[in-house]
Design a protein around this ligand. Structure first.
Ligand SMILES: Cc1cc2nc3c(=O)[nH]c(=O)nc-3n(C[C@H](O)[C@H](O)[C@H](O)COP(=O)(O)OP(=O)(O)OC[C@H]3O[C@@H](n4cnc5c(N)ncnc54)[C@H](O)[C@@H]3O)c2cc1C
Length: 451
């Protein structure tokens, strides 16, 4: 660990196998215990980021594997540290372990790190060291993965933000046409940022990326509060809230970060489609985020079938309390108006959940596998609206405290982005509310043969 912390050694998370990505229950890698307490690992892993390179003295793979004879499914998964080079008695780097690079994966984006296929134990000599106890591997991995999910949300929002800033600069610089409808040919061409539709695309990018960053800051703050809280009841409540929000923290920014980058390309017009400009790279890099650390489809299922209902819906009760408290304490007029627009959606969510709680007791429960994304949309849009209203309310309070033009513009921009989110994005979930309220079965009724 000390040498990982200093960067002398690097590490990987080796979960995915060629036939088992979302469903880790099906992994085939095995680990057999030896007399000396170590294990011999055998199996293949794929897509392992940083799986091989010569940038560090050693690479410590955290490998999920099954100990023969253990329980089936995820309950039989254990976690092992498998170094590229074994350590000598004095902890110096020793001989090569039996783990080998079998292929490099060539990716759409994210090219700053190698993506590898690895083979463990081809010669039966792959030493692995059990972490914790046998069969609790996934639980340990999730300890790391839950924070990694917020990191994915952050990363997606940041790349979204980078694309926003890039296209914003371009839009201020690039001139094209005149402002409709009173355009005169003799007028000089205007910067494209003055066109209403370009403002729309920039506002959307701002709303998605700054909204995502603010959401992930809220999630990170929850982790800090959980780690420092001395009141057990509050600690449990915050833990429940974080658990409920984790699928949203991962999935919403990673859905909307690439959308922001897509709009960034559009703002640049033809230039956005060329390699001369970086806008396309942001989109390519960001496109990974809805896929890894649990696909967004899997996050929606986790929210719909587990997180919203666990502990009798405690998480959602706490969230409602937090949102209501915030909305009721607003003292500024514009944010109060936005809060008034959000309130009815809280009621709609409640009605949808009451309806679903009944549907889940019937055979129609299967429809939710097709409609989980719709439920994620409703839930996440409400959470993001709340996150934006929190920002707007703060901005409105601070606006009157400063005469500094730059600060005033910053606060006004926040208020306007919150208005954009509540007026343009939130109402889109009306479709999803209808789908769920009617237990729509179009997706699950579709038969393979009909495609
Ligand atoms: C660049 C990159 C880096 C990566 N880095 C790592 C790494 O370092 N370590 C590591 O272990 N893995 C890594 N991965 C693997 C990544 O975590 C998996 O790609 C991801 O978990 C999805 O698994 P899969 O590719 O097998 O897709 P599948 O699981 O086959 O999924 C394909 C599609 O089916 C859907 N699907 C699957 N199961 C269900 C279900 N039950 N219900 C509904 N829909 C479902 C998915 O949502 C998805 O849309 C990386 C992948 C990439 C592309």
């Amino acid at each position: 660990m000390p040498r990982m912390l200093t960067g002398e050694f690097t590490g990987t998370m080796a979960l995915t196998e060629p036939h088992a990505g979302s469903s880790l229950a099906d992994i085939k890698t095995t680990a057999v215990k030896q007399d000396d307490g170590s294990y011999r690992v055998k199996g293949s892993k794929i897509y392992i980021s940083g799986g091989d390179h010569e940038l560090s003295d050693n690479i410590v793979h955290l490998v999920l594997a099954k100990v023969p004879g253990g329980p089936g499914g995820v309950k039989g998964i254990s976690l092992f540290a498998v170094p590229k080079y074994r350590l000598n008695e004095d902890a110096s780097v020793g001989e090569r372990n039996d783990v080998h690079l079998t292929g490099l994966i060539h990716k759409l984006g994210y090219r700053g790190t190698t993506s590898t296929a690895l083979s463990f134990g081809d010669e039966g000599e792959c030493y692995g060291y059990l972490i914790g106890e046998e069969h609790f591997g996934l639980r340990y991995m999730f300890k790391m993965m839950n924070e990694a999910r917020i990191a994915v949300g952050f990363g997606a929002s940041m790349v979204g933000y980078r694309g926003y800033q890039y296209s914003l600069d371009y839009a201020k610089d690039r001139t094209q046409g005149r402002i409709a409808p009173n355009n005169k040919p003799e007028d000089a061409a205007t910067a494209i940022i003055n066109h209403g539709d370009v403002k729309r695309m920039l506002l959307a990018q701002k709303a998605y990326s700054e909204g995502g960053i603010s959401l992930c800051l809220y999630g990170s703050n929850l982790i800090d509060r959980i780690n420092t809280c001395e009141d057990e009841t509050l600690k449990n409540e915050l833990t429940e809230l974080l658990d409920l929000l984790t699928p949203v923290l991962k999935a919403w920014p990673s859905e909307y970060g690439p959308k922001a980058n897509d709009l960034g390309i559009q703002v640049l017009g033809g230039a956005g489609y060329t390699r001369e400009y970086q806008a396309e790279q942001f989109w390519r890099d960001n496109r990974l985020n809805p896929i890894h650390e649990g696909t967004n489809g899997v996050q929606a299922l986790d929210l719909s079938f587990r997180k919203l209902w666990q502990k009798g819906g405690l998480g959602i009760q706490i969230l409602k309390r937090e949102i209501t408290q915030d909305l009721e304490s607003i003292t500024t007029p514009e944010s109060a108006q936005l809060a008034g627009k959000l309130m009815p959606y809280m009621g709609h969510l409640h009605e949808v959940l009451v309806h679903l709680s009944k549907v889940l007791q019937t055979e129609e429960a299967v429809t939710l596998t097709g409609n989980a994304q719709a439920l994620m949309n409703i839930f996440a849009s409400i959470v993001l609206s709340w996150i934006w209203i929190r920002q707007a309310s703060k901005a409105e309070q601070l606006l009157s405290t400063t005469q500094d033009a730059e600060q005033q513009n910053f606060y006004k921009g926040k208020i306007q982005a919150a208005k954009y989110f509540i007026d343009w994005e939130l109402p889109l979930v009306k479709r999803d509310i209808e789908l769920l309220t009617n237990t729509n079965s179009v997706c699950t009724d579709m038969q393979t043969e009909w495609f």
